[in-house]
Design a protein around this ligand. Sequence first.
Ligand code: FES
Ligand SMILES: [Fe+2]
Length: 355
Amino acid sequence: MTEFVRNQWYVAAYGSEVGRELLGRTILGEPIVFYRTENGEVVALADRCVHRRFPLSQSRLEGDHVVCGYHGFTYDTSGTCVSVPGQNRVPRTARVPAYRVVEQDSFVWVWIGERERADSTPIPRAPWLDDERYTVVRGMEPLAARYDLLVDNLLDLSHETYLHGGYIGTPEVAETPITTEVDEENRVVYVSRHMADAACPRFYSRSTGIEGRITRWQDIEYTPPCLYLLHSRIAPVGVLPNDDGTDPDAFHVEVVYAITPETENTTHDFWAVARDFALGDEEVTEFLRENNHTVVMQDVVALDLLEKVVAQEADEYQELSVNIDTGGLAARRMLRQMAEEGRGAAAAQARAVRS
Ligand code: FES
Ligand SMILES: [Fe+2]
């Protein structure tokens, strides 16, 4: 499997999931408890009491403090223990790690790696999720598969024709060649597939009301490791954007995935669909929510199966790649590079500490 890339921001939750109830969630193998202070700030602490390891997520909030549900050690928002039972003196080492968090684009992003790198590492954007010009449906599915299988899946949409036939797949998706571009400097992988004349899957005919064939564009923008965007453009056949870039006669759907490893073999699969049409139309919203959830579950079932296969195979097993895999292979290479750099930085830090 691809090693974790630690020095990057990851989506831990939707902002709407974090409130005055304690939320436990494991990110990159680290159990974390999330909550909101009375002022609405998100706090993220290690989900393990320093005393006897009781999960703080199974404890309770008192004001902005977490009171451990086992023997009552009490922590402030920085993870410092401010009270222990039966004695006045709080041991100096009584603290749990606190994680950096940022709320952006309706997500709660968390930083797991070396603290001093957080500020200089940009958080990729998905502005449609928090923009009143779009109506959004969203969810999160737990995946019993390593995160790189989801990266592979999302970067090669030819699988729509087969795995999602009748939902978002039509023959043209698999038939139309892709173009792939890799921006090494900014670390983005672009994969595009423009179908000039394609059947309209029900997902789009029902939601847009277009009858007949469509011009369908899929432009993927993947910022490894966590954020995946699919800019989907649907228009009646032959309708193209204007020369000045405006595009009033097309329908735009921004499909957003946040791919967050939970453990080495499990993943948080955050998905959202933002549309710039039928705003506030509850029927369209429900249709897209249900259909997209079905599509996500088709992937989940396939990837959970794949994980079982991959987990059992011999190390020397060689898979075969073809043209449709170009984007996925570029993403894998970038993820490997980023993981190696992280290892290099950790080793340099260890050397600096020793010397
Ligand atoms: S385990 Fe938390 S107070 Fe004892
Ligand atoms: Fe899929």
